[in-house]
Write a protein that binds this ligand. Structure first.
Ligand code: ACM
Ligand code: ZN
Length: 514
């Protein structure tokens, strides 16, 4: 195996840290290096051990006291305002490495930086011989620009499964991304077990497989596409995410993008159906009937099971692309409008969104939806996800002190071809609206990159669409705006991609991506 040259330890961290001072020299982790683990850091220690053990071939021995030489110290520091909840300080001297944060999460991010300071062979899953596990001597003080640094995966169109999701959670951690928005429900598939309504998965997770798009049936029947997550699998994934300080935000679409649910329970639509789980993509006229009280009961029961499963404070209810055509000729919808004294058909969606915002709040959760939920009568506590249109409403929502996550359509959608959204363009993206006064900036809580899978039937393609662009968004989410520099990013990316090679990620080449 390659010997890492001590003198050639250039520093290539992504996302670029806030402050980094390099000092001549290095520190080498050897079998004699002792680990001291401060209070509340047991889980973080275990993560570190699992990270290094395969390639080191040893677990770092733990000392009950801090030692003066040849050490790695993981510590919760005296409250440091500047570091906030996610920041850390990493310093390496000739004697050892110290990582400190206000919280275990901060220390965890320090470990991700340590990981990138170590030779890339740290990513190998088997023992590496003849290598010096050296890191350059540095002092790094680091904390994120935005609290929301997200990635969204659509598994309704194509189901990727537990192993792929775990792989992405690992890759998110490496980039200090912290929100996994899990799009589990859409027209073409319902992918989460709901015990009270078994047909949601029995019927709603399956669609006819036309085999036109190079898809592979992931069911026993080669003519049927569709699987779903059992609750036990979801619990396992939630724990895996938690160990990596990633919050999972589940998305249950309503009232549109609901064909899969309506195929299972057509009585929840305006017309009564019948419906099939569609095999084509697009926007479908049939939605849940916002005039039907049973719809509210059904969705409440679904959300109850979702809340029980997911600890996330935030529950996403979709709300995008809702045709109102069926509502206009539905007697229940008309009756509801009369009863609620509503004059405009669009207000039925506002009614439904507000109903669930209030319901979720009563359960200690917060509603999030795509920007089509925005309306002057929307309740205050909803978080909006800005993607397309409604920019005026989005800015007004922000000015009223409401929170927004930015996922601008032509700038952050990972499903776009590189010809439309090159790596360079992705890196150029700035989430804060240029016309927004500084005092409102804090209500843009962050950035997210969605990966819709209509044209992504497998893992290989998923990797190719996501990488390297996701790495650019990770830097936008973390690094101070004035430190963004494409040339520097590109240089650091070269080293980062070598890690992805070891991890077996099928990323787009620079030639393809730029
Ligand atoms: C969306 O892309 N339909 C939110
Ligand atoms: Zn209706």
């Amino acid at each position: 195996m390659i010997m890492t040259s001590i003198t050639n330890t250039t520093i290539t961290i992504i996302p670029e840290p806030v402050e980094l001072k390099k000092i001549n020299g290095h520190f080498e982790i050897t079998k004699e290096t002792m680990l001291f683990v401060g209070e509340k850091l047991k889980k973080v220690e275990e993560y570190l051990q699992q990270l290094v053990q395969p390639s080191f071939s040893w677990r770092i021995p733990v000392s009950t006291k801090r030692v003066k030489t040849n050490y790695i110290d993981l510590l919760i520091c005296e409250e440091d305002q500047e570091l906030g909840e996610e920041g850390y300080v990493l310093s390496s001297t000739k004697d050892g490495i110290r990582i400190e944060g206000n919280t275990p999460k901060g220390v965890f991010y320090g470990i991700q930086t340590l990981r990138q300071l170590l030779p890339m062979e740290i990513e190998e899953k088997s023992q590496i011989q003849n290598i010096e596990w050296v890191i350059p001597r540095v002092t790094i003080k680091d904390y994120p620009r935005f609290e929301w640094r997200g990635f969204m995966l659509d598994e309704a169109r194509y189901f990727m499964g537990t192993e792929v999701v775990k792989k992405y959670l690992d890759l998110m951690a490496l980039q200090k991304l912290n929100k996994f928005h899990w799009h589990l429900v859409d027209d073409q598939g319902w992918r989460i077990e709901i015990e009270k309504y078994p047909k949601l998965t029995k019927v709603g997770s399956k669609r006819e497989l036309k085999q036109k798009r190079g898809e592979i049936a992931n069911t026993e029947n080669p003519n049927i596409y569709g699987r779903f997550y059992k609750k036990s699998e979801i619990q396992e994934i939630i724990q895996y995410a938690k160990d990596r300080f990633i919050e999972i935000i589940p998305e249950i679409e309503m009232p549109g993008h609901s064909s899969a649910a309506l195929a299972a329970y057509p009585e929840l639509s305006c017309t009564g159906g019948p419906f099939e789980v569609p095999t084509r993509w697009g926007i479908f006229a049939d939605t849940y009937c916002p005039g039907n009280d049973e719809v509210y009961e059904f969705l409440k029961n679904v959300l109850d099971e979702v809340i029980e499963l997911f600890p996330s404070k935030i529950i996403h209810i979709g709300g995008d692309e809702v045709p109102k055509i069926r509502w206009r000729s539905c007697s229940k919808c008309k009756e509801k409008m009369k009863k609620e004294n509503i004059s405009k058909i669009k207000d039925l969606q506002v009614l439904l969104t507000n109903y669930f915002a209030t319901y979720l709040e009563s359960k200690g959760r917060r509603l999030m939806g795509w920007n089509q939920i925005l309306d002057e009568n929307l309740v205050n506590n909803a978080i909006s996800q800005y993607w397309l249109g409604k920019q005026r409403e989005t800015i007004s929502h922000i000015k009223q002190g409401r929170d927004t996550v930015i996922t601008k359509y032509l700038w952050t959608y990972l499903d776009h071809p590189y010809k439309i959204l090159s790596l360079k363009k992705a890196y150029r993206f700035e989430p804060i609206f240029s016309k927004l006064g500084e005092k409102h900036h804090s209500h843009i809580i962050g950035i997210e990159a969605p990966l819709w899978t209509e044209r992504i039937p497998n893992e290989e393609r998923l990797d190719w669409q996501a990488f390297p662009r996701l790495i650019a968004y990770a830097e936008i989410g973390w690094t101070p705006k004035d430190k963004k520099d494409y040339k520097s990013f590109r240089n650091r990316l070269e080293a980062f991609l070598k890690r992805l090679d070891i991890l077996g990620i099928n990323y787009a080449t620079m030639k393809e991506a730029e």
